[in-house]
Write a protein that binds this ligand. Structure first.
Ligand code: NAD
Ligand code: MG
Ligand code: MG
Ligand code: MG
Ligand code: MG
Length: 327
């Protein structure tokens, strides 16, 4: 590696891929996109003005290759396309540690292998960059053959805007396990089930579904925005004393010792590989269970109520977050 700005190939142009590519280009990097010809995001990458090649052609000659396809397609992509074509001594970069940590990918010995994971969806990674800020990111080094792997990770992190905030050094293991835990127990799994169960409780007790929607789903954003800006301290500053007293005394009814035991179980299944094995097997078998469970979420009656109410929320028309994939 000679130049201070490595030439970059980004494979995948979805949530993270597009945001990284646009930010890196605006930061002065030479970026090529690798995509399957005729794939769903090829048109978008071309419309954004990028040179689009097949993954094999994009990888050849690049000093840094960012693997930003869905996690489950990465092992085959690495084995069949990336490893046979990536330059000797190049840097391989991931945005999530899953495949390296669970040994689905064992990168070639001559490569630097790093992780740069923004803790936010791609749309936010792009939007924050455009307004001169950045999404907090973590970075890690799995393999350092050049002696410069950490510097490369930080260079990339700065290029996508992540190092404007405090970038935190982590390991592939810590990033993988904490990312999975966060999305399963709190952010995606926990929050969804909390909202659905709260809404069902009110509706089953005879309250109007629309009123229950406002209380259990819509208003969650107002609370989360306060968390984001100033933590739980800020929430307490803005909610009523009645809400505070109710939260402090009744919150523990809902998140109790049983909930904590279940959270530890979620974490154990991540740490011992149970979750990874199950997800890999599900994907390999064609995702029948995954699709059925997802459809049940989409068919939950709160969705129809929300769709009707949101039709009158004119300000949601161009909501940038609607394009975001978050976890
Ligand atoms: P995505 O599903 O949004 O995008 C996938 C892209 O890969 C698309 O361009 C698709 O056409 C392409 N693709 C799919 N199969 C391919 C193949 N076989 N060959 C070449 N291209 C292929 O993906 P994403 O959500 O951006 O996730 C990418 C990585 O970023 C993952 O490792 C994920 O864990 C990580 N990550 C995602 C988020 C997020 O907010 N979505 C946040 C942090 C990290
Ligand atoms: Mg209220
Ligand atoms: Mg109130
Ligand atoms: Mg994740
Ligand atoms: Mg995450």
């Amino acid at each position: 590696m000679t130049s201070s700005k490595p030439t970059i190939a980004i494979v995948g142009y979805g949530s993270q891929g597009r945001a990284h590519a646009l930010n890196l280009r605006d930061s002065g990097f030479d970026v090529t996109i690798g995509l399957r010809p005729g794939g769903p995001t090829e048109i978008k990458a071309k419309a954004d003005g990028f040179t689009v090649k097949t993954p094999a052609e994009a990888v050849k000659g690049a000093e840094l290759v960012a693997v930003l396809t869905p996690d489950m397609v990465q092992p085959q992509l690495y084995g069949e396309v990336i490893e046979p074509n990536i330059d000797q001594g190049a840097c391989l970069l991931f945005a999530h540690g899953f495949n390296v940590h669970y040994q689905q990918i064992s990168p070639r010995e001559d490569l630097d292998v790093v992780l740069v994971a923004p803790k936010g969806p791609g749309a936010l990674v792009r939007r924050e960059y455009e307004i001169g800020r950045g999404v907090p990111s973590v970075y890690a080094v799995h393999q350092d053959r050049s002696g410069k792997a950490e510097q490369l990770a930080l260079t990339y992190c700065a290029g996508i805007g992540g190092a404007r905030q405090n970038a935190i050094k982590t390991t592939f293991k810590e990033e993988t396990e904490t990312d999975l835990f966060g999305e399963q127990a709190v952010l995606c799994g926990g929050a969804t089930k909390l909202v659905q169960a709260g809404w069902e409780t009110l509706v089953e007790a005879g309250y109007q579904p629309e009123v229950a929607y406002y209380e259990c789903l819509h208003e969650l954003k107002l609370i989360v925005d306060l968390f984001y800006e100033g933590g739980i301290t800020r929430m307490h500053e803005f909610i009523s004393e009645t809400a505070q007293y109710g939260a402090l005394t009744r919150g523990p009814y809902v998140v109790d010792d049983n909930t904590r035991a279940q959270m530890r179980k979620v974490l154990e299944e991540i740490q011992d590989g149970t979750f990874a094995r199950q997800w890999i097997a599900e994907y390999a078998a064609g995702n029948a269970n995954y699709k059925a469970m997802k459809q049940a979420d989409l068919d939950h009656p709160i969705e129809a109520v929300g769709k009707k109410l949101r039709a009158n929320m004119k300000w949601l028309g161009n909501a940038p977050a609607s394009a975001a994939k978050a976890a």
